[in-house]
Design a protein around this ligand. Sequence first.
Ligand code: KG4
Ligand code: ZN
Length: 351
Amino acid sequence: MLVLGIETSCDETGVALYDSESGLRAHALFSQIDMHADYGGVVPELASRDHVRKLLPLCEQVLADAGQQRHDIDAIAYTAGPGLVGALMVGGSVAHALGFALGVPVLGVHHMEGHLLAPMLETNPPAFPFIALLVSGGHTQLVRVDGVGEYTLMGESVDDAAGEAFDKAAKMLGLDYPGGPRVAALAQQGRVGVYRFPRPMTDRPGLDFSFSGLKTYTLNTVAAAEAAGTLDEQTRADIARAFETAVVETLAIKCRRALEQSGCQRLVIAGGVSANHRLREGLNEMARKLNSQVYYARPEFCTDNGAMIAYAGCQRLLAGQRDGDRIVAVPRWPMDTLPPLHEPRTNGLAD
Ligand code: KG4
Ligand code: ZN
């Protein structure tokens, strides 16, 4: 089955062709980062308009790259949520229009399920069951995964997501949007142990996270250095390093608990923050001690992309799931409401 995958939930237009037999055939991405950078964050209306401009050319591009024609497409998967509703509507409209024109099934995919399954696109994919740490701009969750659509939420952030904390720390350090990769780059120059930031919610049992206190701590540290006249490049790098270390260690402590509690020996990390090298290193080190294995996608498939949507959609479409004619665009959508593969027809939302 050749599936066209479309991702337009936020500030990246991603398109891919995934074949259930031969794997990923082609993928293309247009990032709107430069457009939103002037505003310090994503401007939803500008995002929607740019998806309108870029989506069809990217569809043509992946077809050409894969040496396929439109009529070769067997099914279409698009991100139906969670995300910016206007941006989602663009992907949903194009998916349904193409599906209608080509007479092929269409399925709305959950964005975080896409992230969660992205490591399946790599060689040596994880086997079920596994524990997944989902760390993106909007989500920080620990999920037990027994199969596609068989998700048990074990813990989540009670306030900011890990990626959001990176983005806010970046702003405080005078770095541009999107902050995560920039904080990570600045932290490379930082010295270990100059500052020590708290590891929130690690001193009590449970698997929930909180990152808003870390944000305040960063703000206070930056303000204190500024007041003392010591906020030079090295100090900013030291603060970035301490912040990154605190996030990584906090996530590693909770992942270790989740592995121990569940008895699982496989940990998947997914979402934009899983591109972070120190997070990968920290989790690898923790897992080695537990005789466990960590799995993640290549960096370009950690952040938003069309390949993960084509892959996740393909698993469900192969099982016979498909939507009706209604375009689905939902800003909020708890992932544990998704049906397992053996429940036929819909993604739990449409019709
Ligand atoms: O998954 P994603 O592309 O979009 C959402 O679904 O939210 O995640 C974006 C988030 C942003 O907050 C970004 O700053 C963060 O992932 N991010 C990183 C890194 N690359 C992206 N955070 C830390 N280190 C990175 N290398
Ligand atoms: Zn995402």
